[in-house]
Write a protein that binds this ligand. Structure first.
Ligand code: AHR
Length: 667
């Protein structure tokens, strides 16, 4: 096994970020020259662990317009007029009309505000209407059918209404349809809008207008493009395809901070996220500062899992919200525990259970397979120290009803033994490298299995650059090598809408605007790792791993400067080896974080022969801050090449700033 040259205390992400930034700014680092070529030994006949089939998964939440303005197909922004209580934000009036929010004409108790359009000055030559510019544009593609729907009622107005997608300046009509008649009562209207041979564009808006006079109210105005697998109320195909290409084993949802909310009442309250979307009140995503319609609700998360063949990792609200609000364990917590039991039943109960029956009414009679439930998120932030007791209450209730479920704790607990412990790490590239071997030191006999449920190397914006990918890859060699302990892992955050004002957190794995999307170098590093590995971990050893020395800054404690901590030696070359027990292929992953080519001697024992020809998948860059972007989405992508000269003892030069997966065919 590789030895950890350094030891380090795991930092909480929020504190860790701060310290990482300070450390990065204040430390001095220099390469330690060595004339010796590093040597890696792979012991093909010594299996140290099985590669967990659940190792590579996804973590998701509504952050950076990940769902609305991102994955969720809806193109209309503020479709329910609830994003702001005083103004119809993201809506504009067309022509000589007046628009205003109206709480006196609600569609129902969930959608308790509507948009009133005074079209009393409409005329044949001067239509009046409402327009929505979407999430930084409405993407339109050639020969494509869009599904528009809205609720409306008229007063002295019977229609018709024209529904159209036009360019933002209104000069070019791209598709349109007519709703001939509007009644006095609320009613849902639906039309399809089909484009012709136009060029793809995003500088567009949805317009609903009339040339007739009167007053009309609107509720839940929606526009959907074709979705992945044509799922109703579904997801954006290009983003789903990027995820599918990662072959993720699981999806941890509905969040992080998004699950907890700042306040108990702004938590992700799953019961408000199911059923017809017109019955979903939505909620303020105050953790990240914008409104959520909850169009992507519990059943949609499950559909997303179904589409990508991922196991759900269901995070249930556990009675803690981020402004240090907690529900006292005991009687006060009981309703929340019951909510979690109901939620589990909604996911996996058969149609004869109350919540299984509800799921069937919502359109999915078949239960979903559920194996993992996580109790809360980052409960180490709960300064009241109530988590142990809260966890116990959830754990006991869940295990009593569903003994087969794996129950995940978000921080250490003493009263029960969780099946998995969720650890989160957000670090600078150097911190990632320093800690890349941490899991090698975890006890094999006395340690709760780990779900590394959020991790990322934090450099690059809005998406990670090559330095981040190198930090991530170093970290992943540690995850994979230790996947007897680390059963599951997921990077976070997953998505960012790259438009100005959309991002709350950086970096994020996948970027997009209304019409285009791209994977960061870190995305490709993960895709390479998750799609190229065997089912067993092989024993390895190494000598002469290059390091960079680094002087961490002195700390001040209570205003007093502390002595300089000892110099650190940050490894710059990382590796692990797995083997496919069926084919015998060895996957050797080598990460060269140095800016110079790195020759490495590779010695393989325990295999009678290694074929001279094999393959290499390589991700590399000229500089650590090289990256992909919405303008240049494929600057850094993996390249697969045939390689020769392999054997049981060979030397290979790994390019500067590179991640390489060598496929070695053994006999
Ligand atoms: O990934 C961003 C945030 O980081 C998550 O919401 C939270 O769990 C963590 O603090």
């Amino acid at each position: 096994m590789q030895l950890n040259p350094l030891s380090g205390k795991n930092l909480t992400p929020r504190l860790g970020l701060l310290l990482a930034a300070v450390v990065a700014a204040a430390t001095l680092a220099h390469a330690e020259p060595t004339n010796t070529i590093p040597t890696l030994q792979i012991k093909a006949d010594q299996v140290t662990a099985k590669v967990s089939p659940m190792l590579y998964g996804l973590m998701t939440e509504e952050i950076n317009y990940s769902y609305e303005g991102g994955l969720y197909g809806e193109l209309v922004r503020n479709r329910t007029f609830k994003a702001n209580t005083t103004n119809a934000v993201f809506w504009n009036v067309v022509g000589n009309g007046i628009i205003a929010l109206d709480t006196n004409q609600p569609l129902n108790s969930a959608l308790n505000v509507s948009l009133k359009l005074d079209a009393s000055k409409a005329s044949k030559n001067s239509p009046v209407g409402i327009a929505n510019g979407g999430y930084w544009g409405i993407p339109v593609r050639p020969e494509t059918t869009y599904h528009a729907s809205f609720y409306a009622r008229g007063n002295g107005f019977t229609g018709p209404l024209t529904v159209a997608i036009t360019s933002t300046n209104g000069e070019t009509g791209l598709a349109s349809a007519t709703v001939p008649k509007i009644t006095k009562k609320w009613q849902k209207y639906e039309v399809t809008l089909t484009t012709g041979g136009i060029a793809p564009s995003q500088d567009n808006r949805l317009v609903i207008s009339t040339v007739k006079r009167g007053t009309v109210w609107f509720s839940q105005v929606s526009l959907f493009p074709p979705t992945f697998n044509n799922r109703a109320n579904g997801n954006r195909p290009d983003l789903m395809q990027l995820l599918a290409d990662m072959h993720p084993a699981f999806l941890r949802f509905p969040g992080g901070n998004y699950l907890e909310g700042n306040e108990i009442w702004t938590r992700f309250n799953w019961k408000n996220t199911i059923g017809d979307i017109s019955g979903r009140p939505g909620h303020l995503n105050d953790g990240w500062g914008y409104w959520s319609t909850d169009g992507l609700g519990l059943l949609e998360f499950l559909g997303w899992c179904e589409d990508l063949k991922m196991q759900p990792v269901l995070a249930v609200y556990a009675g803690y919200s981020m402004r240090q609000r907690h529900v006292a364990p005991g009687d006060d917590l009981k309703p929340y525990v019951q909510d979690a039991l109901d939620e589990i039943e909604y996911v996996n109960g058969d149609v004869n259970t109350p919540w299984g029956a509800q799921r069937a009414r919502d359109g999915h009679p078949a239960p979903f397979a559920l194996n993992y439930v996580e109790i809360g998120n980052e409960d180490w932030f709960d300064k009241s120290g109530s988590y142990d007791e809260r966890f116990t209450q959830f754990f006991d209730a869940i295990k009593a009803k569903h003994p087969q479920l794996q129950v995940i704790a978000t921080t250490k607990v003493k009263s029960r033994v969780p099946d998995l412990l969720d650890e989160h790490y957000y670090r600078s590239p150097e911190e990632m490298q320093l800690h890349a071997l941490d899991y090698d030191t975890y006890s094999r006999t006395n340690h709760t299995k780990i779900f590394c449920g959020e991790w990322a190397t934090r450099v690059g914006s809005p998406t990670p650059n090559m330095a981040a990918a190198l930090g991530d890859a170093a970290w992943m060699t540690g995850l994979e090598r230790n996947s007897d302990i680390v059963l599951m892992a997921s990077y976070a955050p997953l998505f960012v809408n790259v438009n100005h004002g959309a991002m709350q957190w950086r970096p994020d794995l996948i970027g997009y605007n209304a019409i285009n999307s791209y994977g960061s170098p870190a995305y490709y590093a993960q895709q390479m790792f998750s799609t190229h590995h065997g089912d067993t971990v092989l024993a390895t050893d190494s000598q002469d791993i290059p390091t960079v020395s680094r002087q961490p800054p002195a700390r001040r404690v209570n205003g007093v400067d502390q002595p300089l901590p000892p110099e650190q030696h940050v490894p710059k070359l990382f590796f692990d080896a797995t083997r496919d027990s069926q084919t015998g292929t060895i996957f050797l992953k080598v990460v060269n974080s140095l800016g110079t080519p790195q020759p490495v001697k590779i010695q393989i024992s325990g295999a009678s022969a290694v074929e001279a020809e094999g393959a290499a998948v390589v991700l590399k860059a000229d500089r650590p801050d090289d990256t992909n972007s919405i303008q240049e989405p494929a600057r850094i992508v993996p390249v697969t090449e045939k390689v020769d000269g392999l054997g049981t003892d060979f030397t290979r030069e790994f390019p500067p700033y590179s991640i390489t997966i060598l496929e070695l065919k053994t006999k």
